[in-house]
Design a protein around this ligand. Structure first.
Ligand SMILES: NC(=O)C1=CN([C@@H]2O[C@H](COP(=O)(O)OP(=O)(O)OC[C@H]3O[C@@H](n4cnc5c(N)ncnc54)[C@H](O)[C@@H]3O)[C@@H](O)[C@H]2O)C=CC1
Ligand SMILES: O=C(O)C(=O)Cc1ccc(O)cc1
Length: 365
């Protein structure tokens, strides 16, 4: 694929990750970016991810093959009119926003329909900012594309191939269907997680026992409550109608289970948990999808200088790549343990065997 120049507006977790993937797979492609945060741009230039840091959406964006809008959703929509004035013929505009209808409506009203393919990588995390971006963030994740009906099929096909070349899995959807689906499987869970955390905050005992005792289950389902408030504020504002309807349906389902609990209905309660277990267990256990499977193990480590380095050396000398490594202090591991995360199941299994051979105590959780 002959790509000369790609532009980014917003270079945080997602923009930065896509830029890094482009840098990896298209080393000759020029990358330019505008972000309202100057430090982000300086870091991206310093790390060699981008060539040019732009102080606004300026003439540097002329000549781009693709321009990615990667700021929070309302800002992406607001920038369209500025981009319309600058983008060259042949430039395709895309975004990565979690909501699609609002940007499609603005694209239609600005007459940009033949130049816009909406995009949404179903990958990410509760972390934000360029510093947390990674070239492989979108790898093996679904990447939803919402082309308008006026973009030529050939252009859609080329964009689809481009997304696949970054190792993501493209999937074309209608933008309205996208917003209903993500409203249920992504926006609702973020609201539930935030509401649950706020509920614990508001009802905790004076000495904060709930916070202290909150264990694995609570932490599993509330990880995403640590996400960017501005990003989620804008998602809720832009997907308001879907989210309201979905919340109504969900609150109704909570009312039904409340009635079963209140009535002591053994059968209803059993079948409630049985059906959720069966459906959850039937979900594909691959890394594709917004919640990526993590391949991690925990290992007791002697508290002495060089302890982590020794383990890292053992793994590196056996060609096992570490994705993340760090000491964890929590109630399950009073003394603190080392958590090592890998890129795949195979590496995790090999590392476990190897560390056990070196007489480390390893926990696979
Ligand atoms: N965080 C996630 O897991 C995912 C996020 N998305 C979507 O990606 C987009 C970006 O999200 P993240 O990268 O996670 O957020 P982020 O907070 O990591 O990055 C946003 C970047 O945009 C910049 N920015 C904010 N306002 C701006 C403005 N007015 N003009 C120029 N730059 C501005 C920020 O300085 C920051 O560098 C959002 O639209 C979000 O809906 C899509 C998939 C996953
Ligand atoms: O961290 C997670 O599990 C997520 O759900 C990340 C995420 C956030 C927003 C999106 O539009 C898509 C994915």
């Amino acid at each position: 694929m002959d790509l000369k120049k790609i532009g980014f507006v917003g270079l945080g977790l997602i923009g930065g990750s896509i830029a890094k993937a482009v840098r990896t797979y298209y080393p000759d492609c020029e990358i330019i970016a505008f972000d309202k945060n100057r430090e982000t741009l300086a870091l991206a230039v310093q790390e060699g991810t981008i060539h040019t840091a732009c102080s606004s959406i300026d003439d540097n964006f002329k000549g781009c093959s693709y321009i990615f809008l990667c700021a929070p959703v309302s800002y992406n929509t607001a920038y369209l009119s500025q981009l319309k004035e600058i983008m060259s013929d042949g430039c395709l505009l895309s975004d990565v926003g979690s909501v699609k209808t609002s940007i499609h409506e603005e694209v239609i009203s600005l007459g940009l329909e033949d130049r816009f393919v909406g995009g949404h990588p179903m990958a990410g995390s509760e972390k934000s900012g360029f510093a947390n971006s990674k070239a492989h963030l979108i790898e093996n994740a679904y990447y939803i594309l919402t082309p308008t009906s006026k973009v030529p099929q050939e252009t859609v096909g080329r964009y689809r191939d481009f997304v696949a070349s970054l190792k993501a899995i493209p999937l074309v959807l209608d933008y309205r269907e996208h917003d209903y689906i993500t409203g249920t499987i992504s926006h609702l869970p973020h609201l539930i997680a935030a509401a649950l955390v706020n509920y614990v905050h508001d009802t905790d005992t004076k000495d904060g026992l709930m916070k202290a005792l909150a264990a694995g289950g609570f932490k599993d389902i509330t990880r995403i409550a640590s996400s960017s408030p501005v990003m989620w504020q804008q998602i809720c504002l832009k997907n308001r109608e879907n989210i309201t309807e979905i919340l109504d349906g969900y609150i109704e389902s909570l009312r039904r289970v409340r009635a079963s609990v209140d009535a002591g209905n053994e059968e209803a309660l059993y079948s409630f948990f049985e059906s959720s277990r069966d459906y959850r267990d039937s979900m594909p256990n691959s890394s594709a999808g917004p919640i990526k499977k993590q391949f991690a193990l925990y290992c007791d480590i002697i508290d002495e200088a060089g302890g982590i380095a020794t383990i890292a050396t053992i793994l590196a000398s056996n060609n096992i790549n570490i994705k993340n490594i760090g000491i964890v202090h929590n109630r399950e591991f009073e003394e603190g343990v080392l958590r090592i995360e890998f890129y795949d199941e195979d590496s995790s299994a090999k590392a476990s065997g190897l560390l056990k051979k070196y007489r480390y105590v390893v926990y696979e959780i």
